[in-house]
Design a protein around this ligand. Sequence first.
Ligand SMILES: CC(C)(COP(=O)(O)OP(=O)(O)OC[C@H]1O[C@@H](n2cnc3c(N)ncnc32)[C@H](O)[C@@H]1OP(=O)(O)O)[C@@H](O)C(=O)NCCC(=O)NCCS
Length: 202
Amino acid sequence: MTSVEPGSAEPRRPHAAALPLLDADAIRLGPWLAETADADAEALARLHADPAGMRYWSTEPWTPGDRDRAEAYLDAIDAGAREGDLLQFAARRSGEAALVGWVTLYRIDRTHRRAEIGYLLDTVLWGRGLGRRMVDLALDHAFGTLGLHKIEADVDPRNVTSCRLLEGLGFQREGLLRQRWRTGGELQDSAIYGLVADERRA
Ligand SMILES: CC(C)(COP(=O)(O)OP(=O)(O)OC[C@H]1O[C@@H](n2cnc3c(N)ncnc32)[C@H](O)[C@@H]1OP(=O)(O)O)[C@@H](O)C(=O)NCCC(=O)NCCS
């Protein structure tokens, strides 16, 4: 595995330089890197084509190997970052270059100091606490560096792991929006979670 040290690698696109490298035990978040751009696009296409990983998503799994879609996805990340309403971190194992997931802060609203959070981790790594650690790192950035007051999440209530992850980080379930998404012919509810800055500090 190639090692990517903090500060030694080129960000994939200029905006990514705004993202710091955040480290937790065994997982880290950071920018999309120029030197891993091809491998990242390939990994994104694989992660988003995994039916288990996409089970409760509001879109259907991608067609396996859809590199064009991965590139378009990365372009959308750039556009969101340029507009200032989206920041997406690449997640990698500590000391390794391979992309294993991502965490996104989106609908970043500077006026109300609020954003939503989404995340995905490679299914082969599930159940080891890595998901919680990477979301925790992104929350540090959201409440600390960005100075946000509230983070919200929209989760299918059947997605027990994601609900437990959020609850373990102090999120409260604030409500249920019924039959909000139609994915692959299936209607999905949204459990709306929220975490405010005071609760985070506590
Ligand atoms: C959500 C996700 C990131 C969790 O990653 P993970 O590394 O497996 O999660 P963790 O190991 O940190 O565990 C988080 C919590 O879920 C629990 N958990 C883990 N696997 C579980 C399982 N199979 N069933 C029930 N609970 C489970 C853990 O015990 C922990 O809760 P606890 O602290 O109360 O014990 C991962 O499942 C994922 O990428 N899912 C697909 C994408 C997705 O659904 N994203 C969320 C959309 S809003």
